[in-house]
Design a protein around this ligand. Structure first.
Ligand SMILES: Nc1ncnc2c1ncn2[C@@H]1O[C@H](COP(=O)(O)OP(=O)(O)O)[C@@H](O)[C@H]1O
Ligand SMILES: [Mg+2]
Length: 294
């Protein structure tokens, strides 16, 4: 991959606190995203990893403007006001079935975001996109329930790119699919990225997926960014104990690896509390790690 350095979206000190009432009626604060700063470059795929509940989807919603941050700012430096009005930011969800209107045909689902176009043009574009993702012929008139999980995800993808977005969040787009289908969906996303010059924020808890798909990877832990690096570099030389933990967490282990993992987890536990005061250290070019300031 060539270096892609035009800043597209700047996320600066962004925080999202949800408050919920507990059973006793007391207000409880849930810090879902805690002071995240990062830039997204034009045309890149930024992988976002972290375990369930680490704040990945919340961060994505903040970037898409579906939620507002309780602190911090998001600058769409690479986008004009017109771009923002024209659905330039889109999302592909994990569970394609619940994301698709069950009463509409595939064709109408993909046409829906194209309401501003003349009807014939919208139909032609929707047909093209459906064909592009492999839904052809009379199948375009079928409703979501007639399709397999992989096909539904393809329809969701066609819909997401219909309005010619510049930035697409893929929120665990293959997690609900069979392994055999995952690779083909990833290939499709990769082809569409090239065809439409898309920037992706690619969310996954599965590091093996993001490794091949991402230019850079951001690691989120308890709502905080702990490491950010070019994908290969992160795998070769993880710096934060939480990243090492994620890397080793689902590998088949030989005894040496098992010892290494144990050591990683021990360090991880020592570092369990991320202090409020920290340094964001550039350990290698474009490779940053959060270090507790002691
Ligand atoms: N609408 C909401 N109201 C209250 N808490 C929420 C809401 N959305 C997310 N959270 C909480 O914020 C944290 C991060 O959630 P989420 O961003 O969905 O994580 P992830 O996508 O990494 O699994 C979780 O503890 C979750 O329970
Ligand atoms: Mg999520």
């Amino acid at each position: 991959m060539t270096e892609k350095k035009t800043i597209f979206i700047r996320v600066k000190d962004v925080e999202k606190v949800y408050s919920k009432k507990n059973l006793l009626g007391q207000e409880q604060r849930q810090v879902a995203v805690d002071g995240v700063t990062l830039d997204i470059y034009k045309g890149e795929t930024l992988g976002l990893v972290g375990e369930s509940g680490s704040g990945k989807s919340t961060l994505a919603k903040l970037i898409l403007g579906l939620e507002s941050p309780t602190a911090g700012v998001i600058d769409y430096t690479g986008l004009t006001e017109v771009d923002l009005k024209n659905q330039s930011l889109q999302i592909i969800y994990q569970a394609p079935f619940s994301a698709l209107n069950p009463y509409l045909s595939a064709l109408d689902i993909v046409k829906e975001p194209l309401y501003a176009l003349p009807k014939e043009e919208a139909t032609a574009r929707a047909r093209y996109l459906l064909e592009r993702v492999g839904i052809t012929g009379n199948d375009v008139n079928k409703r979501p329930k007639s399709f397999s999980g992989g096909q539904r995800q393809r329809i969701g993808i066609a819909r997401a790119v219909a309005s010619r977005p510049q930035f697409v969040v893929c929120d665990e787009p293959t997690s609900a699919l069979d392994v055999s289908i995952q690779a083909r969906i990833l290939d499709l996303l990769s082809d569409l990225q090239e065809e439409f010059n898309l920037s992706y924020l690619f969310i996954s808890h599965d590091l093996t997926v993001v490794e091949h798909f991402s230019d850079r990877i951001a690691v989120l832990y308890k709502g905080k960014l702990v490491e950010l690096a070019p994908a290969k570099e992160l795998f070769k030389s993880p710096q934060h104990p939480y990243t090492s933990y994620l890397l080793t967490a689902n590998l088949p282990l030989n005894p040496a690896q098992a010892r290494q993992q144990l050591a990683a987890i021990q360090t991880y536990i020592q570092d369990f509390e991320l202090t409020a005061e920290f340094d964001w250290v550039e350990v290698a070019p474009a490779h940053f790690v959060r270090r507790n300031r002691v």
